[in-house]
Design a protein. Sequence first.
Lengths: 241, 207
Amino acid sequence: MKPEFQTLSRRLVIARPDSSPVEVLNTILLGVVQHLGPPVVGHAKAVARVEGGIVHASTTGVPPVVEVKTLNNPVAITDCLQLDLLCVFHGIKYKTLLHAWEEVCALLTRNGFQIDVVETTSPPERPRRMLSQTRLGIALSLFPSFVVLKPCCFIPVLGAVFGGSFSLLHIFAPLEPYRPLFMAASVGLLGCAFYRLYLRPPPFIVAENAHSVVTSHILFWVASALFVIATLAPVLFPHSF
Amino acid sequence: MRVISVVGFLGSGKTTTIMALARHLTSKGQRVAFLVNDAGEVQIDGTVIRAGGHEVVEIFTGCLCLMREDLYLGLADLARIDGLEWVIIEPSGMADAARLTRLLERFPRAIDPTVAARYRLQTRLSLVDAARYRLLMRSVRQLVRASIQVADLVFLNKADITEEKELSTIETDIRALMKKGAEIERVSAKNGLPVSLLDRVLLDHEA
């Protein structure tokens, strides 16, 4: 399977008397990349809001250092900091990334920090898997279309155009009485595909999946057109049915 | 409204560079705003830029290079700000630079002519991480190549931690991918970018 990007984001409040935001950021970011193991492709970054300003940091793990910067005049020592964390890595499993984060949390807890997760993002979306499922749904929605197209004089015409494979449609003839059920299933599958592609697309589709997105849209509209033709076939070609 | 797009893979130094650009523009008395797109629901770059006192439009919904409507609405909103001279666009490090550049080039045709008249895509700046160049070319080759191919100016970043021999080889590789007339510079964004280089980013590369 082609490697994908995995993201993990957290919004936290981390508390311990007299702690240094720089030290906390270092521990978290280096901890994540070290637990993932080299060489990792991606980066981890975080921003801590403390009294007086912000401290932000990032690392790619290559070299194994964290770059820490400050904006305005954040205090060097604090009892509590609000922290946003974002890790994006390529070619690893989400479980691996989550495990790395859990290891870092355990380390911080052992060191006396109290961690409150204010907001955690939804489980990882897997754009490629979602698109594959959507395309499978679209393909399955075509099945009822073939069921309604009983072998008849209309089929040989299609066979002549598309290379004769339509003769296989004879095998669907016994399913004809169940046509309404298949039609309903088809509408359901196309509806799901429409929902996934247009109403609720994956919240973060990485650029490398762009071609898959375009292909899925084309497939959806081709399947929808075929479904409409198959549904209207008895009306459009009454002599063939 | 002059637009600079800053592309590059995750961790290549985009945010450090755009913060340096923002400071440089502000020191010249010019107004700058940002359009940023982080790779998750938590927007780190937006927070950092806002803390620096700049205006930011953040896109949360997905990769900027695929979110045509959001990108165009964001740009149109910025174009309506009176006195705004510069917009710096920072897509996520996972963005397809070629796709994003096409969208930015087509923006004037898709928008109200009065807004379009104010818009000029002036510089496409690409950040390449010299320290991880080989690793990235093995795993995310397409993304790195695209970011180099669209650029008017390539900053070969982290030159301070990369051996001279390796830098020369990488530079030769990159030059072979760059479009005609594009330039490449070795930099270390974290150690500061020279004013002369920042001024080169601000030059009109479309002219």
